[in-house]
Design a protein around this ligand. Sequence first.
Ligand code: PLP
Length: 392
Amino acid sequence: MTVTTENAAPVSSRARADIDLAALRANVRALRRTAPGAELMAVVKSDAYGHGAVPCARAALDAGATWLGTATPEEALALRAAGLPGRIMCWLWTPGGPWKAAVEADIDVSVSGMWALEELLAAVREAGTPARVQLKADTGLGRGGCQPGDDWAALVDAALRAERAGLVRITGLWSHFACADEPGHPSIAAQLTRFRAMLAEAEGKGVTPEVRHIANSPATLTLPEAHFDLVRSGIAVYGISPSPEIGTPADFGLRPVMTLTASVALVKQVPGGHGVSYGHHYTTPGATTLGLVPVGYADGIPRHASGTGPVLVGGKWRTVAGRIAMDQFVVDLGGDEPPPGAEAVLFGPGDRGEPTAEDWAQAAGTIAYEIVTRIGTRVPRVHLGGRGGGGS
Ligand SMILES: *Cc1c(COP(=O)(O)O)cnc(C)c1O
């Protein structure tokens, strides 16, 4: 199989994140079967949750995603500049953002309030091209989005005036859940009720959206009544369950896409009573062997997993001994002496007996989203299983 990295840098022997694009495509197909009546937006913000935005976006489109979603306009513009076709939407705007560039690049932009619509309309006049705009409703998340009531009425009215003037096409009406990963949470039904009311109000005034959407990964997987015309799936595309409470990846026909490995840099014998790593928070209980794993918090290995993070070395689960440092941590190998250069698997799909990103999340007191997204730029992404058996 051909191996490439996005920047064509040599892949160091120290550490690598293999990205299984065949698994990503299979995940996209599984999600499409789960939401058969809706289009699928692959959310590839934050460098595809650390997996590499451009190769992952291509693979998602190959497998039938019809939209790509990013948080920032810069992320959306980078996808377009890399040649990605089709619909791309971004939603995290700040005043002075690149509205004109987004309009010229045919990006669907989201607005949550009047300031944003006004900046968009100024850019449309400058560009001389109409924009595709989606109106975002706050149905209860209490984060982005326009509040129901007078604010929503005013935003919808202003957008409709702009549409009638030929300045914009209102392509979507949308919202985002607060607690979709907690099935049965009362806010879910409340948000759906408010969403339907805000849709009805806008459509009653004359908005004819192409897509109405509210579902993230947990809603895609567990709430068919929330699928509407489009589902926006992020974490599930990368084969990770949004929450262990709702199921494992396998329960949903998903397979983790990223495998993070490092080469053991040193194996040595030490006596009992030997302190290990900064602060000596681990002391060898007896004579043993220590293995040095050359990745640390600069690579996104959470320091909060000091003393708890799991690693597969020589077929056995080992636990981080003492503190995780910037560039390295140590495992107690219990007398085993794997050769230097032996593979240490921090996480992967789990079917070779290795830990998963979810295991690291639990070790660090966080969610698996954060584990994969924070893997640092010093770790090369190696895209496997790309189109035609080639690289990325
Ligand atoms: C990140 C994000 C998503 C994707 O969420 P997942 O839980 O990863 O599927 C969907 N919509 C919006 C607005 C987002 O910011």
